[in-house]
Design a protein around this ligand. Structure first.
Ligand SMILES: Cc1cc2nc3c(=O)[nH]c(=O)nc-3n(C[C@H](O)[C@H](O)[C@H](O)COP(=O)(O)O)c2cc1C
Length: 342
């Protein structure tokens, strides 16, 4: 092939294949937001977000010219980029749709530039328009970041046209080879909550990670209200080389009365006498439940950590109390961070 031929060569690119190839790049999901001419908020789902520069602080998104909110972004002086967390698939679908009032049930408000910023998201960036670049069927919108906030939650991922979860064990140097499951031993009126795995086995409710606070997110997006003041670490153990490890917390349901009728399908409370031990597949979980029932009778609980000699129990005496850093700790933190102590 001569160089002249190469320059003139116009490959027939199949747009569907190209879209598929673009889709093999893993992204998060954002909702980009601005104001329309009529003063109403406009927004759309966009995964074309890219960080651009730290100094000055710049980011970009690509806005399709066929989007009905394109004219708003074409004229915008300010806009927001809101990165979604893993519980926000519905928001992504809503803002990817042509629904006229996408913001009706979605909390938003101005923060710094006046752009509409979503109240609930993983991270938001509040921007003024730095530059607009025409790029084929899209416009590259470069924003200068004036304010941003991020909170500890897992992002909503997108790959090959589908939403995906991001494996938390790969974060912050965590070992990708060993997942820890966070399980909950939840007591309510002397009974313990278990969930069916769909194959007749019973397991403890698990969470992808422990969120501080009083609400446990169950796997079908329902939640259980817990008592944070009665939530304690109870057991940490490995099951096998290739199995996940377990971190188990013990806690109690906050609700009383009709709590049992509000459980998601597959969840049920079992009293000490009707616990179906043969349906609990893990020896470690059976042992832990026996210890729990014995300790509950006594009203004194321990924390178990497994070890090569069969494990260790540390007794916890007394009830919990709020933690406040002693003055010398607070002072040394303030010194390190350069903030005044009073
Ligand atoms: C996961 C996902 C990512 C998207 N990313 C973009 C994007 O980066 N740019 C874009 O213009 N449209 C993107 N879209 C499509 C728009 O969200 C969609 O066209 C939407 O209907 C536009 O809303 P509007 O017509 O009300 O403005 C994406 C859609 C999805 C589901």
């Amino acid at each position: 092939m001569t160089s002249a031929t190469a320059q003139n060569y116009q490959p027939e690119l199949d747009p569907r294949e190209l879209r598929r190839a673009f889709g093999s790049y893993v992204t998060g999901i954002t909702i980009i937001t601005t104001w329309g001419d009529d003063g109403s908020p406009r927004g759309m789902t966009a995964n074309s977000f890219t960080s651009v520069s730290l100094d000055p602080p710049l980011l970009l998104v690509c806005v399709g010219k066929s989007a009905s909110s394109y004219p708003a972004f074409r004229k915008a002086t300010v806009f927001g980029v809101n990165l979604l967390h893993e519980g926000q698939k519905d928001i992504s679908s809503l803002f990817a749709s042509k629904v006229t009032d996408k913001f009706a049930g979605v909390g938003h408000g101005p923060v710094h530039t006046g752009a509409p910023i979503l109240k609930d998201c993983l991270t938001w960036f509040d921007c003024t328009v730095h530059e607009r670049i025409d790029a084929g069927d899209h416009m590259i919108l470069i924003g200068r970041i004036h304010a941003f906030e991020t909170r500890p939650a897992m992002p909503l991922g997108f790959y090959s046209g589908r939403y995906m979860s991001v494996d938390p064990t790969l974060r912050q140097g965590g070992s990708p080879s060993h997942t820890m499951l966070v399980g909950y031993l939840i007591e309510h009126e002397g009974k313990v909550l278990l969930r069916e795995d769909g194959e007749g086995r019973l397991m403890l409710p698990v969470a992808r990670h422990r969120r501080a606070g009083a609400v446990l997110q169950l796997d079908d997006s329902r939640t259980l209200a817990l008592r944070p003041e009665e939530t304690f670490l109870y057991s940490v153990f490995d099951v096998g080389e290739r199995e996940p490890g377990y971190i188990i917390y013990r806690t109690r349901l906050a609700a009383s009365g009709e709590a049992e009728t509000q459980l998601p399908p597959g969840y049920r409370f079992f009293g000490p006498l009707d616990l179906p031990w043969d349906r609990l597949p893990l020896t470690e979980i059976r042992g832990m439940l026996r210890r729990y029932l014995a300790e509950r009778r006594e009203g004194r609980f321990s924390v178990y950590i497994d070890s090569s000699d069969g494990g260790r129990l540390a007794m916890i005496d007394g009830s919990s109390r709020p933690w406040r850093a002693p003055d010398f700790v607070a002072e040394s933190i303030a010194e390190t961070e350069g903030t005044p102590t009073s």
